[in-house]
Design a protein around this ligand. Sequence first.
Ligand code: C5P
Length: 223
Amino acid sequence: LAVQDLAGQVVLVTAGPTREPIDPARFLSNRSSGKMGYALARTAFRRGARVILVSGPTTLDGPPGVQRIDVTTAQQMYDAVMAHYREATVIIKAAAVADFRSREESTEKIKKDQASLVLHLQQNPDILKELGARCDHDRQLLVGFAAESARFAEEGRKKLHNKQCDLIAVNDIGSERTGFASDANRLLVLDNRGYMAELPYVSKERCADLLWDHIVANNFLRS
Ligand code: C5P
């Protein structure tokens, strides 16, 4: 049995990509596999937390013991998170939310009888930013993820401030060894106390445990 150092915590994790419909056959999405978020949910449950996993479309099995809420679009993820975040003592936004959606969803399949096609995109709500403004930082720990390909610390620090997170975990998506489909990862963790920690390159499962270790050891838990 793992150390029950997350006993009493309620952890809300978001994972996977979102899908934004264009027409009945097509959607906009990204390369997220959901592995990192699922590993965070699985390890949190093992360490004693109650876990709610809001998941975009993935091919992964729901971790046993974890309450999974399946969503497709960014708006649905937003709605599910807003319906549940108040229960959480830790919120981890590992999902790769699509930044834009098609302004209108065509009810009929778009035909290729035109040489070019313009899709009007509209920005999706930024769930993490909204949580940063809404959540009770004395009672809730808010952790964001940042997928970057360069200037990791600088970009992470920017996101930490813009989205009012307590912690941000930066992933290198420019490398084949880490990033979306990979089974392994290396995180750079920045916090609102001004510190930065570089976690080693390990499996995503181990990486999730190391992030929990970091959160526990540095007294980031609120209760
Ligand atoms: O700004 P960027 O997308 O790089 O920030 C990444 C972080 O913000 C991740 O934690 C992601 O889950 C979250 N995010 C969000 N809603 C969006 C876009 C990103 O919650 N629309």
